[in-house]
Design a protein around this ligand. Sequence first.
Ligand code: FNR
Length: 335
Amino acid sequence: MKNRKDDHIKYALEHESDYNSFDDVELIHSSIPKYNLDEIDLSTHFASHDFEFPFFINAITGGSENAKKINQKLAKVANECNLLFVTGSYSAALKNSDDDSFNIVKKENPDLQLATNIGIDKNYTAGIAAIKALNPLFLQVHVNLMQELIMPEGSRNFNEWENNLKEFVQNIEIPIILKEVGFGMTENTIKQGIKLGIKTFDISGRGGTSFAFIENMRRENSLDYLNNWGQTTVSCLLNLKDYTDKVEIIASGGVRNPLDMIKCLVLGAKAVGLSRTILELVVKYDVESIIKIVENWKTECKMIMCALNAKNIKELQNTKYVLYGKTLEFSMQKF
Ligand code: FNR
């Protein structure tokens, strides 16, 4: 039988977005720096935890043999590089008691900074089961409406979602992050989330993985005109500028390199998640080579911060920038 999780990995790697909003942002450099490279501090704090680095491996997979191998590699890289690792949705393990594609990462890396993920369509008891199994630092609850709608076997009933989220907040004792899957979140969703008690949002915008594309590849009659549904990561961050001191905003969606990461932090994100970029590395290279690349990313983040005269993540928010193209047009409109 074909596994849905394997389809996701396959089609995620096939799709390259032809437009990435990070290319519309230009950071204004500073010619006379104040800080030496080794004075620059990359640490951050969100979801009640301190993290040494402001980027992490965001939810990708679990629930098949291939997914297990990918999780093992990702977890090893995260463990060696002291990065946070978030598993894909734990619901795959709840459907199959023999599944060890999630639990293995903890077994093999007992000190790993680990978080996990579940869908908003699930009851909070699924979240409790995931927490019991993995003892994560926090739980991501993902919203993926357009994916469900396009997915041939997707859900057709959504009026329970709001109540499910309310119950997650009431019954889960670790921090909860409300997370998109690449369609983006803007003010309307953040306001709803705040009302329901959410304090941390991963706005995961358009520009990288498109779950509309992925599910269209799995359908007989493709609705490919919806492949670019949603708002880009930079548009979401710009739209949420007034919220960055009210809630914690995490950025993901289309992050390709340390420059994109720094742009997210300049625009107010507390941290930056990567899925497709790191998945690509995992299928191409061995663990040792990926560790080298990730270690270089840390230095490259510091290099860029040095050239922006920012000693830490907070100072990065003083960076001036200009916008171009569609992102500029988006930023000029009220909705
Ligand atoms: C994902 N993503 C995801 N998100 C989530 O909340 N739960 C999940 O189980 C998954 N599964 C998943 C599988 C694969 C193969 C990919 C590539 C992605 C979405 C992911 O966390 C992220 O929000 C989007 O992929 C956008 O980021 P990138 O891929 O553009 O960096």
